[in-house]
Design a protein around this ligand. Sequence first.
Ligand code: PMT
Length: 222
Amino acid sequence: RTALPLAGKKVVVTAGGTIERIDPVRYISNDSSGKMGYALAKAAAELGGEVTLIAANTRLAPPAGVRVLSVESAREMYEAALGEWSDTDILVKAAAVADYRPKTPADRKLKKTGETMTLELVKNIDILETLGKQKTRQFLIGFAAETNDVEQYAMDKLRRKNCDLLVANDVTREGAGFGIDTNVASVYDANGLVTSFPLLSKEELGLRIMELAASRLAGAAK
Ligand code: PMT
């Protein structure tokens, strides 16, 4: 019997969209459902990995055999990922993390006052970039949701965030992106395009991506 390709590997997947509080009942977020991340976590578990899913604001049933850590904000997602980091073999960042958060979230519900209201935002930590800089043994898979110049932005993110693979989805393509059950993605490494997948279910795409990661990891270990 041959061992499963991710046997003995710790895989951490982030999924969903972070919530950045304005006040106790209001927030800034995005359209990520978590489907892509959950599909990746499910695939990693099926391939034998020991999987932790860091989920922000999702309403999906946890995949069998996967440990789920629920978080809300980018800060909480970062802390959860950092807590898993030292013995992580593969980190997959499918989450849509808010780039900015309200500077001073109110601890009471904000009242309606003037005709306009200004919300000051400050930059969030870039989880992938921060962890990418301290990478030792970890294999990092970043995601990029783009609407234009996909290859250029993908390669830029891959380098800046020190990723081993970058999965780019063109969210303007029919059947790709946020909320739905399918996606269209291309995978890049430091040398450029590795493969362009056709329209696939997120489950199938998740499996193809995790298989690719497993084979890269096995190659590196030789
Ligand atoms: O959840 P679904 O509804 O299934 O949708 C899936 C998806 C479209 C959300 C997913 O496939 C996807 O593309 N996820 C990344 C979306 C994104 O917002 O990418 P980005 O270009 O903003 O960020 C690039 C990478 O850096 C991502 O891996 C992201 O997790 C990471 N990042 C970004 C900002 C930040 N502050 N910290 C980060 O770690």
